[in-house]
Unconditional design. Structure first.
Length: 184
């Protein structure tokens, strides 16, 4: 009787492992397909002189809900990074300012600006292909920005000076007291 129980247990365990391996391979294929789409956007955008070699897609429930490629130079907009454009597209399509239950696939590790936008949008996960060192090697080095962020505002390379703080605090007080605000 113990042998039959052990055999049944081992057979069930082996089947569960096979199913788990299949699901893992299936998920890897899906992630690879989505990443290939982000990379294709990066290549197409660069070939079309829209901007730098960066692409991004946003996925929810297995469907692409947002796309973007870098368009900094073609739109004269320094914020037109692939992730920013994809986040705007996805939020418009979802009619929401949050990316709950979404996954971002981006052709490169996000820069500081895009990283901030991603945290504000709150997706579940981010997959990236190349990293910030790869980007720096072809002229997209954000190391100086990371250093600047840590500095006190009066020590940054671009001069920052505080002005009209007391007046500006009125907007915060209004927001704090506002009863019909949409929190985010």
């Amino acid at each position: 009787m113990c042998n039959n129980f052990n055999k049944k247990f081992l057979d069930e365990a082996a089947k569960a492992l096979q199913d788990q391996d299949y699901d893992s391979v299936k998920n890897d294929d899906e992630h690879n397909q989505f990443m290939q789409e982000a990379i294709k956007l990066a290549i197409d955008g660069a070939q079309n002189n829209e901007g730098g070699p960066f692409g991004c897609i946003i996925v929810k429930d297995g469907e692409i809900i947002g796309k973007g490629n870098n368009k900094v130079t073609s739109t004269n907009d320094p914020t037109a990074h692939a992730e920013i454009i994809a986040i705007r597209d996805a939020c418009k399509n979802l009619d929401s300012f949050q990316l709950e239950d979404c996954t971002i696939y981006t052709s490169c590790e996000p820069c500081p600006m895009c990283l901030g936008a991603i945290y504000w949008a709150r997706p579940d996960k981010v997959y990236f292909a190349s990293n910030k060192t790869d980007a720096a090697n072809v002229g997209f080095d954000d190391a100086f920005i990371y250093k600047e962020i840590d500095l006190d505002y009066n020590k940054r390379s671009i001069k920052f000076e505080q002005n009209s703080r007391n007046e500006a605090l009125k907007a915060f007080k209004l927001w704090e007291e506002k009863e019909d605000k949409t929190k985010y």
